[in-house]
Write a protein of this length. Structure first.
Length: 163
């Protein structure tokens, strides 16, 4: 999806892109990328940063009481591990991120996303949204990297995190 937005931005056909995904009101089924990301009802704005290959992603709305991202904006850049912060602050060394790394180590250095989220939820007694945040923290801190495995995503230790 971001590839299409990037092409439109690069070709100058649009000035900004807004990405919307959510869980439906009843909670009985999902809509958008809820199943993929585990995010609550969210509106993101993706804009080109002039003079760079970076994008600016703005969290326009997040309907989650525990979210601290509402209204925040970050510069992101496309790398081998996908979109990551272009100018990251100190990486998130959260207990959840460290546990995600330990689970991947225990699995021999790689594990499918669904299995990893399940083990994170089991070990922390948390819901999918929190487990997805822990996984995101581990990727953002460059401990883990996602790799496509057919239709699924496999998470592997980055070389620096293997020790």
């Amino acid at each position: 999806m971001f590839d299409v937005c990037d092409r439109l931005l690069d070709e100058g056909l649009i000035l900004a892109a807004v990405v919307v995904h959510h869980a439906n009101v009843t909670g009985l089924r999902t809509a958008g990328s809820w199943v993929f990301e585990g995010w609550p009802s969210t509106i993101l704005r993706l804009e080109k940063v002039e003079g760079t290959a970076h994008r600016k992603i703005t969290f326009e709305k997040i309907r989650a009481p525990s979210s601290s991202l509402d209204g925040k904006a970050f510069r992101i850049a496309l790398g081998e591990a996908g979109y990551l912060m272009a100018d990251p602050d100190e990486p998130a060394h959260t207990a959840g991120a460290i546990l995600a790394v330990q689970i991947v180590r225990d699995a021999g250095g790689q594990i499918h996303r669904k299995t990893l989220l399940g083990r994170l939820m089991e070990r922390t007694q948390c819901k999918q949204r929190a487990a997805a945040k822990y996984l995101g923290d581990a990727v953002q801190a460059h401990y883990l990297m996602p790799v496509r495995d057919g239709m699924e995503v496999l998470f592997q230790l980055v070389p620096e995190a293997q020790s």
